[in-house]
Design a protein around this ligand. Structure first.
Ligand SMILES: N[C@@H](CCC(=O)N[C@@H](CS)C(=O)NCC(=O)O)C(=O)O
Length: 212
């Protein structure tokens, strides 16, 4: 059975969500963040980099959301929530899976810049750079979700699952909200109503508590 090493209030909640969507069994081990906000020493001992999520499947310890998602979908999920390479929207799937990297890296930068000195020219430059990129990315999302129900096409896929944290949880850390974007807001509302999402967030979402 797959073990999900969950770090409190982190992107590892998406793997719980994936397992709930697929109806697969898993066990959860919960770790709280250290004072620094980073993973605690026990989590870092799991893997050389150990950013959450980390999973274990037998002798395999795997890190990085995209690798974990593709591994679980293809090895245990019959490819569900992926898009087959022969489908017309396969490139869309690849694109939106990768889009998450740029989106979350940029949002992370913006969150940290918020606490930096606005008088520092290096901060001003980085702020302008990341703000412009954020606008481009959110406008692109707004346009995409105006023409397509889900990111990779008409059906919910792992591309939605991997990007969703940026819309729901990063705002809790001071990241931007999507309230000004009607298509993105409607999409967030729609996806948030999925039973597997509701269940996963109750278990491991930002407001969930470590099981006693
Ligand atoms: N590229 C990684 C990024 C994961 C990541 O940055 N996770 C954060 C939590 S949201 C983390 O582990 N922070 C604690 C640390 O870096 O020690 C992925 O997609 O899985």
């Amino acid at each position: 059975m797959i073990t999900i090493y969950h770090l409190g209030v982190s992107q590892s909640d998406r793997i719980v969500w994936l397992m709930e969507e697929l109806g697969l069994p898993y066990q959860l081990e919960w770790f709280d963040r250290a004072e620094s906000g980073l993973a605690p020493p026990e989590y870092k001992a799991l893997h050389p980099v150990a950013t959450a999520p980390v999973i274990r499947d037998g002798d395999l310890v795997l890190c990085e959301s995209q690798a974990i998602i593709e591994y679980i979908i293809n090895r245990y999920g019959d490819g569900r929530f992926g898009v087959d390479k022969n489908q017309p929207n396969y490139p869309d799937y690849l694109y939106w899976m990768s889009f998450r990297d740029s989106l979350s890296a940029n949002l992370m930068l913006r969150m940290f810049l918020r606490n930096a000195s606005p008088d520092d020219p290096a901060v001003q430059r980085a702020d302008g750079f990341s703000k412009e990129r954020e606008e481009r990315m959110f406008n692109h999302l707004e346009q995409r979700l105006g023409e397509s129900e889900y990111l990779a096409g008409p059906a919910f896929t792992a591309a939605d699952l991997i990007n969703f944290f940026a819309f729901t949880s990063l705002p809790l850390f001071g990241g931007p909200t999507v309230d000004h974007l009607p298509n993105v807001s409607a999409y967030v509302k729609r996806v948030s109503q999925r039973p597997a999402y509701i269940k996963a967030m109750a278990i491991a979402g930002p407001e969930a508590k470590r099981p006693v």
